[in-house]
Design a protein around this ligand. Structure first.
Ligand code: ZN
Length: 157
């Protein structure tokens, strides 16, 4: 199957019939992204990937919060739960007033109605990934959704 590479402003997406791939950049460069949020202004260190990669089942954002910063607002979701995967740094999550520490390796799920905010309490950028998907929408998962075709794995070189 043919592949093509097309470039959208400042990003390169590799695309085949059954995949899309995107170089999000090294972790320190995640600080150089920003998202305009109505009523809040520019949120530094965040990039949404849904439109770039054409996800059909979830939204994913890559996030880097600078030292000393915190989310200035709480937010909830209409129907999506969020999974936060922390991969670098130290921070805190606050959900409905309950506060807990997060760090490299912490994975947290927050239900749509949870009122949430987070902050960086370390001396390095807090780097994390947020996955957003409709609560209750998953019908099969893990091995139950896996099919193994009768095909020997082959790498041409
Ligand atoms: Zn959210």
């Amino acid at each position: 199957m043919s592949e093509c590479i097309h470039t959208t402003p400042s990003r390169q997406v590799k695309q085949g019939a059954n995949f899309t791939a995107y170089e999000s950049g090294t972790l320190p460069t995640w600080l150089n992204r920003s998202v305009e949020i109505p009523g809040l202004g520019t949120l530094e260190g965040k990039e949404f990937l849904h439109d770039t990669l054409g996800f059909t089942s979830c939204e994913i954002s890559v996030n880097a919060m600078p030292v000393g910063q915190s989310m200035p607002i709480y937010h909830q979701h209409k129907e999506n739960e969020e999974i936060y995967l922390f991969i670098h740094g130290r921070g805190q999550l606050q959900v409905d007033g309950e506060i807990f520490d997060v760090q490299e390796g912490t994975v947290a799920r927050i239900a749509p109605n949870g009122s949430r905010a987070w902050r960086n309490i370390g001396d390095k950028p807090l780097i994390f990934i947020i996955i957003q998907a409709k609560a209750g929408s998953l019908r099969q998962y893990g091995l139950a959704d896996t099919v193994v075709p009768a095909q020997t794995v082959h790498w041409p070189n």
